[in-house]
Design a protein around this ligand. Sequence first.
Ligand SMILES: Cc1ncc(COP(=O)(O)O)c(C=O)c1O
Ligand SMILES: N[C@H](C=O)CCC(=O)O
Length: 430
Amino acid sequence: MNARPRPQSEALFDAAQALIPGGVNSPVRAWKAVGGTPVHVARGYGPLVIDVDGYEYIDLVMSYGPLMLGHAPASVTEAIIEAAERGTTYGAPTGGEVQLARKIVELVPCVEKVRLVNSGTEATMSALRLARAHTGRDALIKFDGNYHGHGDSFLVKAGSGALTLGEPDSPGVPKALAELTLVADYNDLASVEALFDQNPDRIAAVFVEPVAGNMGTVPPVAGFLEGLRELCTRHGAVLVFDEVMTGFRVARGGYMERCGVMPDLVTLGKVIGGGLPIGAYGGRAELMNQVAPAGKMYQAGTLSGNPLAVAAGVAMLNELSEPGVYEGLEATGARLERGLLAAAAKHGVPMVVGRVGSMLCPYLAASEVTTFGDVMASDRARWVPFFHGMLERGVLLPPSPFEAWFLSTAHDDATIDQVIEAADGALAAI
Ligand SMILES: Cc1ncc(COP(=O)(O)O)c(C=O)c1O
Ligand SMILES: N[C@H](C=O)CCC(=O)O
């Protein structure tokens, strides 16, 4: 199949490379892992995006997770327009912030109080500072291949774009700070226990993506999150679930609602902003009351609680509160998983699918993927022609085998069947 010519995307990418580092404002968008020119998007509606050359694609990037209702859902768009007409930012508290905070407190089980920030990165940086302030300790444990945004303390064995570019430990992070980040193996409780034993009274927090979504999609094995809870309680460390990706995606109350394990703090982002920039961290009142001005741990933001983001988030969470939404997303995810596995089996391509609800990742691998090592052992070279085969058949995937695919309520059965048909063709050709 011949690649479709994309002169407009190419011209824009050339111009962007002269103006913006690597031509993009977030590294994973540069298609370094798959090669070629990134598709530059002109607009999106429902499950589709249209590029600047006029081609239409079924979108499985979905802005890396926020767009639970597809592109430009009327309720969210109207809420943004109404809010913008009243002014875009005030630097003063608003009723909208209270509405969004109330929704989060009502729906996310571990949250009694929540602070809104501007991105997932800010949320995790702030949660880490709070854990350090609370415990008076400096070290943290994170997991190989988990990604918590680009705060210095987290760019150690990081997933997502850092992994894609082969830079999981970024230059520019002070060595003294990086040494405080201890790295354990995801889904391996013994590796966490060993770090606690080797570092008595040093560990402020354990940060975990309860479903690892920045090395594809790797659900936790039975007992892993329960074990982290027990270890943190035993050693006086703060357990932080980074649900920036999974919050309101895998269930209204995030993955903690599905698994029943309660962290001390949670970080949120993506969905709660309805597609506008936002982040949040929250937890028990006793912890959150240490944040300024209630307490001494300083954290602030000129645009925090931005009226547009908050209005979009409230509209999004209202729609997600409708009955049947998550059951529908589960069915959509299951349909795609079944179709992908059937297509792979038909063409003799080894495949396993990691999936929780509407986030998923097919690995070109013959056996179960539960660890970072399993992810790295999957056939990433063969994934590249698969990506391009899908693209040429009108399906836009995240441009890296380490990124999750995201579905929305706008992806109906007919759309999913088109994705499966494209996968059938793409897998036949690799
Ligand atoms: C689990 C997780 N935590 C934190 C972040 C950082 O969020 P943001 O990109 O909004 O800074 C991301 C995504 O980038 C994420 O997937
Ligand atoms: N995997 C990342 C976040 O979830 C993708 C977003 C980005 O880094 O641009």
